[in-house]
Structures are given as C-alpha cells and as structure tokens.
Design a protein around this ligand. Sequence first.
Ligand code: C2O
Length: 353
Amino acid sequence: PPHPIFIGPNVTQCFASFSDDYQPVNCCSGIPSYTEEELLATAKDFEFPVFNESQIRVRRPVHKITDTVFMEKYRKATEIMKNLPITNPHCFARQANIHCSYCTGAFKEENYDDMLLRIHRSRLFFPFHRAYLYFYERIVGKIMGDDSFAIPYWNWDVPEGMYMPDMFMNGSLFHHKRETTHFPPRVTQNDFYKSDEFLGPEKQVEANLALMYVQMVSGAKTPELFMGCPLKAGHDGWCMGLGTIEMSPHNSLHSWTGITSLPELEDMGAFYSAARDPLFYAHHSNIDRLWHVWRELNDVKEEWSDPEWFNSFFYFYDENQQLIRVRVSDMLDETKLGYRYVPSETPWLDYKP
Ligand code: C2O
C-alpha cells in the first residue's frame, strides 16, 4: 500500500491502554470512538482564529501575577470544569484523558492497524502540546466568560520561578497528588530523578541554570536535538529520540512534582495521570514558550517542511465542544493563533560551563 504522508490517530476505536509501568488504564472518555460516518459528519478542520491586536491573549509568568481577580476567575473556571458531567467534552477529567489517550497508545495510527500512536519522544511533542493548550485555553476562557484568558507559564528557568507556583497551591488549582516535601519554598530540581539529592537552595539554582544552557543552547544545536526525532508514519511510536527540553526539565519536573513514593510518581510523573494536575498546563505553557525562545535564538521559522510533518494531525474539542482536526502545520506559527508570551529573562544564557 502507498505510504501515507502523515501520522494521526484513528479515532474510530479507542482502546484500553497501559501506563509506562504496564498498569492497565482507560482514557477513552477523552475522545470517545466515532464511526467513520460520524467523523465525516462532525469533525471540522482547524481554522485560524480571527482577532485584532487588542485581543491577543498574553501568557504571563505565574510568579509575577498578583491580580487576585484573575486568580479567582481561573480557579472558578477550573472548579466548574471539574464539576461538569463526563458527557461534556470540557469536563476536566475528560480533558486530562485526552492527554492520556495520546500518550499511552489508546489509538492506533491511521492506516497502520498494528501501530499505536504516541505523541511523546519525537518531534510531535511540541506541536501536539501547543494544540492541546490552545484548545484548553479557549475552553477555560469561554467558561470564565473572558476571551483574554491566557494560561500563565511556570517560569522554572529563572530563579524567581523555581518553586511550585503559589497560585497553584490552593483552591481548584491545587492538586492533592503532589510531593509535599517539594512544596514552596523548596527550589525545583530541574534535572530530577527519583534518587537525586537536593543540592540546597543556592547550588540547586545554579545547577538548574546550567542545565538550561545545555538543553537550550549547547546540546540543542539542531531541530532534531531540540525537538526530537522525525517519527515516520507506521514506525514504532517511540522513536526514542526525544528532544533536550522534553527530556529535562520537562520530564524531570513532571517527576519532581508527583509523589515520589508512588510507583509512577503520580499524578504529574506519569503520562496517564499528568494532566489531572492543573499545574500541568502552566508547566506546558513554559515548554511552549521555550520552543519560541529556541527559534529566536537560532533564527528558525520552521524546523522541517516535509509532508509527514506538516500533515500529521490530532483531534481536540474546541470551546464550542466541536471536534476539530488540527494539523502540525496549523501550529507552527503562534502569531496566527492569537496568543503571545510576555518575555522572561534568560539568565541561563550566561551559564556556559
Ligand atoms: Cu504530554 Cu508534559 O506531557
């Protein structure tokens, strides 16, 4: 058969799947199975939003936000989402399960019945999560009744942001399955592995900055090194060439946030459960920002232009509960997506070893 030139989920059948530790999981409430006919009748292709300058959603560093009205609105919207019935695609648990389904292989790859789709550990990582956050942000904004809502970013690459953010330490933005010994004022361990020793606040900050230099600069000189390997359709969904930032601080701060004594460092530490913690979205807001920063540092506009990359796609629900088919090429220019980042300092640029 001809080799398809895209990678994407076959959502006509969602399967019970497995966690990294081979625990059975079922995240099929995220995007339930659709028949071919239903898909044709309901799914729409992504369209770029129409907006003017004043409507751009501005993602800010969490630790600098002092606006309590914003915090309360964000908490209220999250609470509403947590209380929605599972029949509503905006239900918080369903949103979390969408992430779970794309991570644990709940869908086969379109046109490849023997291949499960997984969106981590390859160049699909950045565009998938950009799209996931894009829709999540629109949904939260809709529920808040405030279209300007922008997901704040957990700015763990500057010393002032190297803590679990206060905003996420109470109300509906708090999450009970987090490592309590890592609560503020404990400095983040950006290269955390389960057995790692905490270096003490000052040395840990230095180590975190030095790590950033390697992951963003010296170790990330090409798109493949930074973004991950160019996964091919029908090839094993783990091409095991994850990019520098995905490896750490991304993976490592997931692990650091989850409960150390749980088998898979739940909830943040495991793919199947990570998005159950509202902090997930602020973590990924920073990841997405760093993609932008890397492009600026390297003067790159598009890392690849092959059809397998451009045409790879995912499904999500938008703020109107509409099922949307979004392609990687839709996610490559965030200025067309109606959001931007308040720039942050990059102290790690001075941490050349
Ligand atoms: Cu899809 Cu931070 O993981």
